[in-house]
Design a protein around this ligand. Structure first.
Ligand code: PMP
Length: 384
């Protein structure tokens, strides 16, 4: 059989498996009129005219693209200014920009860990952290979700020369927050480094929006990753830490070295977004009012809320069929939510991933709650 036929057969069989499991994901162009409860624009900054204008102005000043990688000639003044602003705001010596959060996590783990390293990850960590660990060639262990004792047990058993503990700050599909103090204590006791990926907490959590590490010392969390495509409303990511650590990552992270620098217009827009995050705490207040309203009203309708105090508010529906039916019913009403199924989450834990934003109004929230109530009514009618 020609090689290409064998390949085609393999692809077809992977496709058939997915279709049989009813896990084929459809990609659709988002209708412009959608009421969006699926995105991560937590503070509404992607739609903020000052951020959009800064992006347009950045493109005019620096060009539509960087034209080269950072270490060749693509590192421009606006990248440098954004790195300095992020370092200052996170209270770290230096910060380093990456083009996406996925690339940041790959690059940080690949450049720091090797075959003599053991990496300890929360079971529910983001795919990019798991992939980064694989790429590094380190030995990987996964501890029970948010379970400091399980982590302690695994660390105590490890004979690796270097140990690295890695956790999401806010868990992206559950919305709960890592216990940073416990992670820091346990890591210190076992001479392990701690890396926190605060993709969903950065800009949102803490009195000042510094994320889940606000109020925690930089010695406790020496390696901090934040992404810019969520609360900051733009795209990209950064890793912040001491100067020697950041210089090492700059030299050795392949997803940093061998790729075109982030478009400078994005860096310019992010600088503006960061200054709004700092100056307009009312956006966070508004967001947390919405979270409180949703969590007060949803149980009155009998909706199965999860333990989350963040803008990520999953409704645990269990079966994949149920999730798809509810998401379709909401879509017919012009409301978009995340329909999250295995393999993204464990078997039997399919859920609607609802995300709230400061951009929503109280009326938007009531439309969502009405839509969810309609899902329940239709389900009850089917079973009657
Ligand atoms: N880390 C976490 C916890 C995430 O949820 C995501 C994005 N969903 C990423 C990293 C990747 O970030 P980006 O979208 O910028 O690649």
């Amino acid at each position: 059989m020609p090689v290409s036929d064998a390949w085609r057969e393999r692809l077809a069989s992977a496709r058939d498996d997915r279709l049989r499991q009813r896990r084929w994901r459809k990609r659709r162009v988002k209708p412009s009129a959608t009421l969006d409860f699926a995105g991560n624009d937590y503070l509404g900054l992607a739609q903020e005219p000052r951020v959009q204008n800064a992006q347009a102005e950045g493109a005019r000043r620096f060009g539509a693209g960087a034209g080269a990688s950072h270490l060749v000639s693509g590192h421009l003044g606006t990248h440098e200014a954004l790195e300095a602003a992020l370092a200052e705001w996170t209270g770290r010596e230096r910060a380093l920009l990456f083009s996406t959060g996925y690339m940041a996590n790959l690059g940080v783990l690949q450049s720091l860990a090797d075959a003599h390293t053991a990496i300890f990850q929360d079971r529910l960590n983001h795919a990019s952290l798991l992939d980064g660990a694989t790429l590094s060639g380190a030995r990987s262990r996964r501890y029970h979700h948010r379970d400091g004792e399980d982590l302690q047990r695994l660390l105590a058993r490890s004979t690796a020369t270097h140990k690295l503990v890695v956790s999401d700050g806010v868990f992206s599909m559950d919305g709960d927050v890592a216990d940073i103090a416990t992670l820091a204590r346990v890591s210190r006791e076992h001479s392990a480094w701690l890396m926190i990926d605060d993709a969903h907490g950065f800009g949102v959590l803490g009195e000042n929006g510094r994320g889940c590490v606000e109020g925690v010392t930089r010695e406790d969390v020496p390696i901090l990753v934040g992404t810019l495509g969520k609360a900051l409303g733009t795209a990209g990511a950064f890793v912040a830490g001491d100067a020697a650590l950041i210089e090492h990552i700059t030299q050795f992270a392949r997803s940093y070295v061998y790729t075109t620098a982030q478009p400078p217009s994005i860096a310019a827009a992010t600088l503006e977004a960061l200054s709004i995050v700092r100056q307009e705490p009312q956006r966070r207040r508004q967001l947390f009012e919405h979270i409180a309203t949703f969590r007060r009203e949803a149980p009155l309708l009998g909706l199965p809320l999860a333990h989350s105090a963040t803008p990520i508010q999953p409704l645990m529906l269990g079966s994949e069929a149920r999730v798809m039916t509810w998401a379709d019913t909401l879509a017919q009403r012009g409301i978009s939510v995340g329909a999250i199924r295995p393999p993204t989450v464990p078997e039997g834990e399919a859920r609607l991933r609802i995300t709230l934003s400061a951009r929503h109004t109280q009326a938007d929230l009531h439309r969502l709650l009405e839509g969810l109530n309609a899902c329940q009514r239709e389900e009850a009618a089917c079973h009657a």
